[in-house]
Design a protein around this ligand. Structure first.
Ligand code: SF4
Length: 463
């Protein structure tokens, strides 16, 4: 809000997102979550956090989805660390393929970076989305050449990069930034076809923190925030690279336009796998809040409320089914990394973008209109009106007004505009998933199935 932030950790705008990211460390280290939150590195044989692991088989992909649902249930929001995880997974196989084809040494460099990340349990911000300027133009055709991250100088010891990445989830509380191209590039865009990693506090990087609906409530108290501990969405930031130096050992793709489309598509499938899982976990919290409110308000036994709660659960399980199905139907690429089924992963993300708002609509329907008109939590400190707040917001002898309002604020904040927009466009907007489906679905096979069925059928000979 126009200020330079010196203490990111304790700033009220940022602290909840840091708490949410901390849950990824909890799952990675606490005994209770070990089966999901930790893995064995295929490179070092050491026990590592699954958020730094490269999936080797179907089980790894399934556990990734299961882990995200659990983390979503604990936080009720975005825990931010999966973009970096999917960046690591994608670059591992893409650098291997480039080296096979081109004789480069990107993969060796990347492996060293990955081992350091795993050994130190670093949180990585996966930075993909450029500002993009005019969407009808390629990176090299923009009126301002910095609208996509690009190399501006090549030195014997490394490169200098300039540009920006937008919507960077968890960037301000990451250890390192892993930059990837955000779209398939043509040869004219070679200065933009780069991937590299830098420490998050590298000289020349500026973070501009994003706003969310109701975020000023973070300065006012806790109840009205709804989810004061973990916040709403992922604490996104604009990252500006003001001529940042990157040594060669942290450059994982350099002017390789041919491999950019493959990298982006692969990353997108891994990240779209996630959405059916983390959002299912978040919506488990919302279903719980809605059912609790219904219980407090005496509507839990109404048949239409029971029906709507079942509908919410049905939509959530449908989302999660896609995350699991694309994991079960995986394939193995040349370097041994397990890859989700891209058609199912993209379909799952489409379902999530469609069903998430529907689940929030049903939650608002059941919770009731009072969610939108509750006075400020400060009224409970106002001696003139506090007794009336308790009196009129209680719905029964055993229902405490403050407890009811806390649940209502949780519903309000989880169904407000920011998380819904995030769910729509995070991991790519719905049209991006449809483009993948249009490209990947075997339309000819489907037509053949139909042709086979009608093959033997002839016009009737009878008059
Ligand atoms: Fe992870 Fe979900 Fe947040 Fe993406 S939206 S970073 S998958 S929690």
């Amino acid at each position: 809000m126009g200020e330079k932030v010196d203490n990111v950790v304790d700033h009220p705008a940022m602290r909840p997102h840091i708490n949410a990211a901390a849950v990824t460390y909890r799952l990675g280290t606490e005994e209770e979550y070990q089966d999901l939150g930790s893995a064995v590195s295929h490179l070092t044989g050491k026990k590592i956090n699954r958020w730094t692991h490269i999936p080797q088989n179907q089980e790894d992909l399934v556990k990734k989805a299961m882990m995200l649902r659990v983390a979503g249930q604990i936080t009720g929001t975005c825990f931010q660390r999966c973009v970096g995880m999917d960046g690591l997974i994608t670059l591992y196989s893409t650098t291997w393929e480039m080296d096979q084809d081109l004789g480069t040494n990107y993969h060796q460099r990347f492996k060293e970076f990955l081992i350091e990340t795993q050994n130190n349990d670093y949180m990585t911000d996966g930075a993909m989305t450029d500002p993009k300027g005019d969407r009808s133009k390629r990176p090299s055709e923009q009126h301002d050449p910095d609208l996509y991250v690009r190399v501006v100088e090549e030195r014997p010891d490394g490169i200098v990069v300039r540009g920006a990445k937008m919507h960077q989830t968890g960037a301000i509380n990451s250890h390192q930034i892993l930059v990837m191209p955000g779209m398939g590039m043509s040869p004219a865009d070679e200065d933009y076809a780069i991937s590299f990693a830098v420490p998050a506090d590298e000289k020349g990087i500026i973070y501009v923190f994003g706003r969310q609906v109701n975020d000023s409530r973070k300065w006012e108290g806790s109840i009205d925030q709804g989810n004061a501990k973990y916040g709403v969405v992922g604490g996104e930031a604009l990252i500006i690279f003001e001529d940042v130096f990157v040594p060669w050992d942290r450059v994982f793709m350099y002017k390789e336009t041919k491999y950019t489309g493959r990298l982006v598509d692969r990353f997108a499938s891994y990240h779209r796998q996630n959405y059916g899982a983390c959002k299912a976990g978040n919506l488990d919290v919302l279903i719980g809040a809605t059912a609790t409110l219904a219980g407090m308000q005496g509507t839990a036994k109404a048949s239409h409320v029971k029906d709507k709660l079942s509908e919410m659960a049905h939509l959530v399980e449908t989302m999660y089914s896609g995350a699991l199905a694309c994991s079960f139907n995986c394939s193995q690429n040349g370097c041994g990394t397990a890859f989700v089924d891209p058609v199912i992963a993209n379909s799952s993300k489409l379902n999530t973008a469609r069903y998430y708002p529907e689940v929030t609509r049903l939650a608002q329907d059941i919770a009731g209109g009072f969610v939108a008109t509750i006075p400020s939590e400060q009224e409970f400190d106002n001696p003139r009106v506090a007794p009336y707040m308790h009196k009129y917001f209680s719905t029964g002898e055993n229902v405490d007004a403050i407890e009811r309002i806390k649940m209502a604020r949780l519903v309000e904040n989880m169904t407000g505009s920011t998380p819904i927009i995030e769910c729509m466009h995070g991991a790519g907007s719905p049209q991006a998933q449809k483009v993948v489906l249009q490209r990947s679905i075997k339309w000819q096979d489907k037509m053949k199935f139909a042709a086979e069925i009608v093959k033997e059928q002839e016009p009737s000979q009878t008059k």
